[in-house]
Design a protein around this ligand. Structure first.
Ligand SMILES: [Zn+2]
Length: 120
């Protein structure tokens, strides 16, 4: 197959566009996301921001501290406090689990589905 000049331009244009669109995703991969699964929903927060975030699930409340690319439970209403004892997570697929609150917090590098509008 021989490429005509126009075809070549189109290929280059598509490649450049793909790169431009991929750039935010690539940069975002530098900072992983936090996938939070509660008893009613699953959502994602960026891990590279600095904030506290309240998780309400199964009549319990967990307060997450997200800081320096890691997350930990700093306050909890569950009786055992295992989630807080798990400490901070920062590497992909590390999890914090709170059984009483039916909550799983997991570090993910998956792109997309980052809902940045969620206020903590
Ligand atoms: Zn807990």
């Amino acid at each position: 197959m021989k490429l005509k000049p126009f075809d070549l331009m189109a290929v280059i244009a598509v490649a450049v566009l793909a790169f431009v669109f991929a750039l935010p995703i690539l940069m975002q991969n530098g900072g992983a996301s936090l996938e939070i699964t509660t008893d009613t929903k699953t959502y994602t927060l960026p891990l590279d921001s600095e904030r506290t975030h309240t998780v309400s699930s199964n009549s319990h409340t967990l307060i997450l501290e997200i800081k320096d690319g890691s997350a930990r439970v700093i306050s909890h209403s569950c009786p055992d406090g295992v989630c807080a004892a798990m400490g901070a997570i920062s590497s992909e697929n590390q999890t914090i689990v709170c059984l009483p609150a039916k909550t799983v917090i997991r570090v993910t590098n998956a792109d997309g589905e980052v809902l940045d509008g969620i206020a903590g």
